[in-house]
Design a protein around this ligand. Structure first.
Ligand code: MN
Length: 504
């Protein structure tokens, strides 16, 4: 069984909390005040002020966190009257983070300081090169590292106080910004957006950012984000499913889109943003199309009996490999590696089901790879094409047993589902890796099925509650339990809709 059914009739909230070893008090922000008086923060401030007369180059990462971090840092330097420019490396041409060719270009353009945002903490070689050329290197990053003693200074969550240990790059940048200036609604919203995008734990400062953002978004016009959403932003879902993917689409379609444009977009006036929104939506639609096409192609190429599914094709786009691997992993429930193949190099991403560790799986061969990084559930990797056969041989030699991971599902009654429950659940949002949204199960009570547009399945469970899925495979599925997530019904106010995840 894919699920672990937990009885929770009449008491979902308490059982959910207990099952996850959570306390309601952990979510309260009553007495949270931002602490700008932290040694690491003060040291970084001093360093910036000492170098006010220098010319800075901000080098950001190409994902949502890196882009938002670049935007916040750029505004900070503007307000401090520090001469600067910014550059977000190209995913395909430059790869992730600072490299020696960026250092050379920065030097040739007479920049004095490299300010790395959401990258750099492990870029030792490039940092050493910059130092040799007489440049300074400041880092604002949250990625894991062992030791960094080549840069001039770094701001990293590990050297901040308790409550600031899970900050993403943009949140670090905003903490720094707000230690100089009054809080800024737009920049704070970007920091919170990045916090959602990076799926870090939402505690303390991160929770403060997210809660503040929601208040801001309800009352103020953060048009840059609303235009991306296409309508007024109502929920964290709007940001996670509409806004963030559009921002991330740019680096995925490297070559067709330039991620540096988004820095400008996020800092521009309303009429500029309005005039660009169709272009951004077009890039995102293209990203969706590529991801669909690549997945279809991949399905036609793979052998689903392989222990680790590896698929590559010269038509595959490097930036889409992760999305594609994710889809395939969900279809086959196995480790999946999707690789682009260009100019003698295989480059792509791996994903694996929960309860499995693809990072550990590939670690023994990391010396044979050109690049390798990631965590339990997701890795990025590249290698020379000469290594391909040995790579496959290595994977085939592994003795992999897929133990089925059981997902917790809370069985409740239809009567439990009401506006009050939704309100209570909203208190725990935004969800994260650590605080996952409770999946609920309802016993089938001869629910009447309606098929919409000949493919979507909908059940009217009561006059207030309905359930829906857009996945055609459930059209005729018999079931004992309806499994899904609770949502406010966007079409009928005060009603509730269950987004069906499974019918078992
Ligand atoms: Mn990040």
């Amino acid at each position: 069984m894919k699920y672990r059914l937990i009885p929770a009739k009449g008491d979902l909230i308490n059982i959910y909390l207990k099952n996850n070893a959570l306390n309601k008090a952990d979510f309260l922000l009553n007495d949270f005040t931002v602490d700008h008086n932290q040694e690491a923060l003060l040291a970084f401030k001093d360093k910036l002020l000492e170098n006010r007369d220098k010319k800075f180059l901000i080098v950001g990462d190409y994902d949502c966190d890196g882009i938002c971090g670049t935007v916040i840092t750029k505004r900070l330097l503007e307000k401090l009257d520090i001469a600067h420019n910014f550059y977000i490396p190209s995913r395909v041409r430059d790869g992730y983070g600072l490299n020696e060719s960026i250092v050379d270009k920065a030097y040739a353009n007479s920049f004095d300081v490299l300010l790395l945002v959401d990258n750099g903490i492990v870029a030792d070689e490039a940092i050493i090169k910059a130092k040799e050329k007489g440049m300074k290197v400041f880092i604002i990053d949250h990625h894991e590292f062992e030791k960094q003693d080549h840069c001039d200074i770094y701001l990293h969550p590990t050297i901040l106080k308790e409550g600031y240990k899970n900050l993403c790059g943009a949140a670090l940048a905003y903490l720094l910004y707000s230690s100089f200036f009054d809080s800024d609604d737009t920049l704070l919203s970007y920091a919170a957006l990045a916090t959602l995008a990076d799926m870090v734990d939402v505690e303390a400062y991160n929770r403060y950012l997210c809660t503040e953002m929601m208040n801001i978004i309800k009352t103020k016009d953060i048009y840059q984000l609303e235009l991306l959403n296409g309508k007024k932003i109502n929920s964290y879902d709007d940001l996670s499913f509409n806004v963030i993917p559009k921002i991330n689409a740019f680096s995925r379609l490297d070559g067709l889109a330039n991620v540096n444009f988004l820095v400008r977009y996020l800092l521009e006036n309303r009429s500029f943003c309005q005039s660009k929104i169709n272009g951004i939506t077009y890039i995102n639609d293209l990203r969706r199309k590529y991801s669909r096409d690549m997945t279809n192609k991949a399905v036609s190429l793979i052998n689903e009996n392989d222990k680790v599914i590896v698929v590559s094709d010269e038509s595959f786009k490097e930036g889409i490999c992760g999305l594609c691997a994710n889809r395939l992993m969900n279809i086959y429930n196995k480790c999946v590696i999707v690789l682009s193949h260009n100019e003698g190099i295989y480059k792509g991403s791996g994903r694996c089901p929960l309860g499995f560790d693809i990072y550990r799986l590939l670690s023994p061969i990391k010396d044979n790879l050109l690049t390798f990084g990631g965590h339990e559930q997701a890795v990025g990797l590249s290698f020379n094409e000469e290594y391909y056969d040995d790579f496959i041989k290595y994977l085939q030699s592994l003795n992999i047993v897929y133990e089925e991971y059981q997902q917790d599902v809370y069985e409740i009654d239809l009567d439990d589902i009401n506006g009050n429950l939704l309100k209570e659940l909203a208190f725990f949002q935004p969800y994260s890796e650590k605080v996952k949204e409770p999946l609920i199960a309802l016993k089938n009570n001869n629910y009447q099925r309606t098929i919409l547009k000949e493919k979507y399945t909908r059940f009217n469970l009561s006059n207030r509650v309905s359930a829906i899925t857009f996945d055609e495979k459930y059209k005729n599925r018999e079931f004992t339990y309806l499994i899904g997530y609770l949502r406010p019904d966007t079409y009928r106010s005060n009603n509730i809709s269950i987004m069906i995840e499974d019918l078992i």
